[in-house]
Design a protein around this ligand. Structure first.
Ligand code: FES
Length: 409
């Protein structure tokens, strides 16, 4: 097997420390080629290359069976070397590795008795690996538990239009690689002890009480990547907050939401969902998300649109907000119109929130859309028949009635 390592390009490095402050490097003494620091570097100053020196082999025990595997490498790479496959999407059963940066812990396996993420765990001679994880509680890296005044795509406008607060948390790990990721310090965070659903639900319950709110939101990163964790988390929130008024809001890119998964989320207590649709065509979708695999990109895009369809048909009681990104670098006005018309066909009453993509992360050259540009997008979506269109602009929103509303009136 070819083993890899991360190499720094010194002239690109700005010494921002993301590779050490955000990323929990699993093996600083000898790179195992996990790629977490490569994905997290805003300057693209790290690249993965083939390791020049020959690899050695170690023996690990997988479900009790000895396997001779190449090292240095991650546990995930070793398991793939002996025939295991990690799916890109979160699975009900079987192995999956959706983020590959140590945040979602959907790839976690039992290693010497403890849960460890396979994508970030270095091989050790004699390591005992159990692929059945049901005996241990799931974990995930969580940050930013607090009152949140802005609200997400899945926050109804009649609440956002006033002074408004919800308790929110942000989970690490994403299956997209957007160059202009608007929340990259959360997305690529792995240097933090992962929390169980119970711990997170307790902290969120404390935040709900402290801020006196009845809405609890989860965002990211991509909230849906660790299926077992998210379902347990929602159930625990219901258990710890047994109030009919409680609203549980999930913000997502929709790419993992099979019909079965949606049914499970609703069954676990989700009442509101914000789905960021990103694009109408696979080409635009790949430009926005930074994904390189056209087959996977098309699958994600289809799944997200189908998720909206299924939610409307099977769960009309769930509030669905739809997010659309706008920046002329990625998406043209004709495609915005096509998205508006398609959303109108799915749900004429849909709330659509357009996010003005600003320069962030690796795309510092991006120019934030002007208020006039966003007003034009607003007009196009209204022309498509949609009534509740909100466009994010610097310092506030263009409201459904077309007026500018500051964030904090
Ligand atoms: S795939 Fe390993 S932590 Fe997300």
């Amino acid at each position: 097997m070819v083993t890899k390592r991360a190499v720094k390009i010194p002239e690109r490095c700005s010494d921002c420390q993301s590779c050490t402050q955000l990323v929990a490097c699993p093996s600083p003494e000898s790179c195992i080629g996990c790629g977490a620091c490569v994905a997290a570097c805003p300057q693209e100053a790290l690249i993965l290359t083939e390791r020049p020196e020959p690899h050695h082999t170690v023996t690990i025990f997988v479900n009790g069976d000895p396997c001779r595997v190449s090292a240095p490498a991650t546990l995930k790479a070793a398991l793939e070397e002996v025939g295991f496959r990690f799916a890109d999407l979160p699975q009900k059963e079987g192995l999956a590795a959706p983020c590959r940066t140590g945040g979602c812990w959907a790839c976690a396996l039992v290693v010497n008795g403890d849960l460890r993420p396979a994508c970030l765990t270095p091989l050790r001679e004699g390591m005992q690996v159990d692929t059945c994880v049901e005996t241990l509680p799931p974990r995930r890296v969580v940050s930013g538990i607090m009152g949140h005044a802005v609200g997400g795509v899945g926050t109804p406008w009649h609440l956002k239009g006033k002074v408004y607060l919800e308790a929110a948390c942000f989970v690490a790990g994403c299956n997209f690689r957007c160059l202009q990721c608007q929340n990259w310090q959360v997305t690529y965070l792995s240097r933090r002890e992962p929390l169980t659903p119970e711990d997170t639900a307790r902290l969120m319950t404390e935040a709900r009480r402290a801020y006196g709110v009845d809405r609890l939101a989860i965002s990211g990163g991509e909230a849906t990547l660790n299926r077992r964790w998210l379902l347990k988390y929602l159930r625990r929130l219901r258990e710890y907050n047994p109030y009919p008024a409680l609203r549980l809001h999930v913000d997502t890119n929709g790419s993992t939401l099979s019909e079965e998964y949606i049914d499970e989320l609703v069954g676990a207590g989700m009442t509101d969902i914000g789905i960021d649709l990103k694009a109408f065509t696979p080409e635009t979708f790949m430009r926005v998300t930074g994904l390189k695999d056209p087959v996977l990109a098309e699958q994600y895009l289809k799944t997200a649109w189908q998720a909206v369809r299924h939610l409307r048909a099977a769960h009309p009681q769930v509030f669905v907000g739809i997010g659309i990104p706008y920046n002329r670098e990625f998406i043209g006005l004709a495609e915005i119109a096509a998205m508006g018309e398609a959303i109108f066909r799915l749900d004429p009453e849909a709330q659509v929130c357009v996010l003005d993509y600003r320069p962030e992360f690796r795309n510092q050259g991006l120019i934030r859309p002007t208020v006039a540009e966003m007003a034009n997008v607003h007009h196009i979506l209204r022309e498509a028949g949609l009534k509740t269109v909100i466009c994010q602009v610097p310092g506030g929103h263009i409201a459904p009635d077309g007026r500018l509303r500051p964030l904090y009136p």
